[in-house]
Design a protein. Structure first.
Length: 198
């Protein structure tokens, strides 16, 4: 009898979880569809330098990165980024090349002809990691000339959904278990917009 009640309790719990996830997805898409979608069809291409800060085993390392994005409205876009950094071991002289590919969605808080913030969430493949990582980002874009932007972004790489930026480096505020930050990355670059508004 106890096992039957336990199974019923588990089924109710998982059903409530599914309803909760469905409501979150529904709220997200309704807010996206309700917002003003003034199409800009703007592409961004850029590159710059990166500072990669591994959580353990390796020291910080400098590298370079490239970014390609499609902003299909003034607020929303999709970006693909590549990063390449060389880091050295903390206890040995070994060097390691860490490469990352990240595909993510970007939300911009755009104002015409002014610096504006943005945030992003995506998934990424990082060399040396067995699983795909969740990537959380926040940054600022600064227009410097027509069709040119300075792009500054801080990214946090997690093996599971965690609390970005506060769980690095000790995972004290992250969801306990296998969660926690793996890498923190600071990117500084210049981007060129290929069409549409700045």
């Amino acid at each position: 009898m106890a096992s039957i009640l336990n199974n019923i309790q588990k089924q109710v719990f998982f059903s409530l979880q599914r309803v909760q996830y469905s409501l979150c997805v529904l709220l997200f898409f309704s807010s996206v569809l309700a917002s003003s979608f003034r199409a800009v069809n703007q592409f961004e291409v850029g590159g710059g330098t990166t500072l990669l800060m591994p959580r353990n085993t390796f020291n910080n390392g400098w590298g370079y990165g490239m970014d390609v994005g499609w902003n299909f409205s003034r607020k929303y876009g999709v970006h693909l980024t590549f990063g390449n950094a060389q880091v050295s071991g903390k206890e040995t002289d070994s060097l390691r090349l860490i490469q990352s590919f990240v595909l993510g969605a970007e939300l911009s808080f755009r104002r015409k002809d002014q610096a504006y913030g943005f945030t992003s969430i995506g998934i990424g493949s990082v060399s040396g990691e067995d699983n795909t990582l969740f990537v959380f980002g926040a940054g600022i874009k600064i227009p410097i000339r027509q069709h040119w932007l300075i792009r500054i972004e801080l990214r946090d790489y997690h093996p599971e959904i965690g609390i970005p930026f506060v769980s690095f480096p000790k995972s004290q505020a992250a969801i306990q278990g296998t969660g926690g930050s793996r890498y923190l990355e600071l990117r500084l670059g210049i981007s060129r917009t290929l069409s549409g508004d700045r």
